[in-house]
Design a protein around this ligand. Structure first.
Ligand code: HEC
Length: 227
């Protein structure tokens, strides 16, 4: 390509870029929706004190938001589990602009200034003082200790329990035997006599599967040498 053509191509590309920028500029939508100026003035002012997340903000989220945005729920795509999910925002993007609470969608929602768009959807509205605390929290950098989460805790019954084992004595070493022996003694139950492997396998199969073991399975079991 000769240098004249390069210049022409460059100019064309630059012209297109300028047109594109102008178009983007005209159509640019602010990331966070904004209240009209006359509404903005009605926002409760940000609290003037230093906000502490655990003391001031956590209780607000807990009482008014977590039911729909925490513990595994994410209404509107907004999940209030950790700082990370909070910052990510919801279906319509980020909900808070760090340092700019008046620009933050979340503050619009909790202020109740737009009656069609209020959070919480149900229950009592936040007070002016609470909105002020949330504003100050956003303005002061949205600190959120990593140890605080509103995520759904894992079900407790899936954690293995480790019951204390009664002491072993000679001939009764296996943990299950140690537990059973104590139980039998407490309830005055005479333990059944130990049975041979074949009888044990048949009983186990009847108990667990409801059928006698197939001969091949029984054969394999009988062939297993105790480790
Ligand atoms: C009773 C359930 C409920 C409660 C309580 C609730 N919300 Fe919501 N929230 C919703 C639903 C449903 C949506 C999605 C529909 C909508 O935008 O109206 C939503 C959407 C949102 C969104 C917008 C997400 C997006 O990107 O569009 C934000 C932010 C939000 N809630 C914040 C809060 C805050 C903060 C609280 C507590 C002060 C709260 N919500 C309490 C049900 C609830």
């Amino acid at each position: 390509m000769n240098s004249a053509r390069v210049r022409v191509v460059t100019i064309v590309v630059m012209k297109q870029a300028v047109v594109l920028l102008a178009w983007l500029g005209g159509a640019a939508v602010p990331v966070a929706a904004r209240l009209p100026p006359e509404q903005l003035q009605k926002l409760p002012p940000a609290a003037s004190e230093r906000v502490d997340f655990v003391r001031d903000i956590k209780p607000i989220f807990e009482a008014s938001c977590v039911k729909c945005h925490g513990r595994g729920k994410a209404k509107g795509g907004f999940q209030l589990d950790t700082r990370q999910t909070f910052v990510r925002g919801g279906d319509s993007g980020p909900v808070a602009v760090e340092g700019q609470s008046a620009e933050s969608h979340l503050i619009e929602l909790v202020s109740g200034l737009d009656p069609d768009n209020v959070m919480p959807v149900k229950g009592s509205k936040l007070t002016g003082k609470q909105v002020g605390l949330l504003r100050a929290w956003i303005d002061q950098g949205m600190a959120w200790e990593a140890s605080v989460t509103f995520a759904k805790p894992p079900p407790l019954n899936l954690h293995p329990r480790r019951p204390p084992l009664p002491p072993a004595r000679s001939g009764v070493n296996h943990p299950v035997d140690r537990l059973l022996e104590t139980y039998f003694a407490e309830h005055q139950i005479k333990p059944a006599a130990t049975v041979d492997d074949r009888t044990f396998a048949r009983r186990l199969s009847l108990d667990v599967i409801g059928l006698l073991p197939r001969p091949a399975v029984l054969g394999r079991f009988m062939n297993v040498k105790e480790a």
